[in-house]
Design a protein around this ligand. Structure first.
Ligand SMILES: [Mg+2]
Length: 185
């Protein structure tokens, strides 16, 4: 089974890094606790008037390089790799540094072999695979093709309203989540 694994919100803790930086820069902005996050994009919940400030953080140099790993994510990727072909598949923001920082991040946290195989694309439907683990509610929506992969949501508070198969690293590490069951559905 070829398992495509998204980075942000799945392996990298984008929001965990974002909020302290954002609230330091914008102390008057709404504070949303992680469990109360309801939309994929922060500005869709706190208001478009904050969008420029949100992007100011996410588009800044070293933001992606310095993201912490999600809890259990690195162990989870290694565990999945014991029985599957795991390929990191990530969409960068359009800045001069995001994509290269993602390569550096993957090399330093997972190893050079994962960085070498990593696919950086704005359209994941162009990439073949059996399963895509991704926190974005509909990664197939913006694509040119019908995806070959089965989308499995990485469980996050902001995607809980979506009715799709979902998983977590905890579930994968416990052996409860079997990739073969996702592909057969
Ligand atoms: Mg993501």
């Amino acid at each position: 089974v070829i398992v495509l694994v998204d980075l942000d919100g799945v392996v990298c803790d984008l929001e965990g890094a974002f909020w302290p930086l954002f609230l330091e820069k914008c102390p008057d902005a709404p504070r949303i606790a992680p469990e109360s996050r309801e939309t994929f994009y922060v500005e869709d919940q706190i208001g478009q008037e904050w969008r420029e400030h949100v992007e100011g953080i996410i588009h800044s140099e070293f933001f992606f390089l310095n993201l912490p790993a999600m809890e259990s994510a690195l162990e989870g990727v290694l565990r999945l790799s014991e029985s599957h072909s795991v390929v990191i598949c990530t969409s960068p923001v359009t800045t001069p540094w995001c994509a290269s920082e993602k390569y550096q991040w993957v090399e330093s946290h997972l190893g050079l072999q994962y960085a070498k195989k990593m696919i950086v694309t704005k359209d994941k439907t162009l990439i073949r695979g059996d399963v895509l683990i991704d926190d974005r509610p509909f990664p197939e929506n913006k694509g040119l093709l019908l995806p070959s992969w089965k989308h499995v949501l990485y469980d996050q508070p902001y995607n809980r309203q979506i009715d799709k198969p979902r998983t977590t690293w905890k579930e994968i590490l416990s052996g409860e989540a079997k990739m073969s069951t996702f592909t057969s559905k």
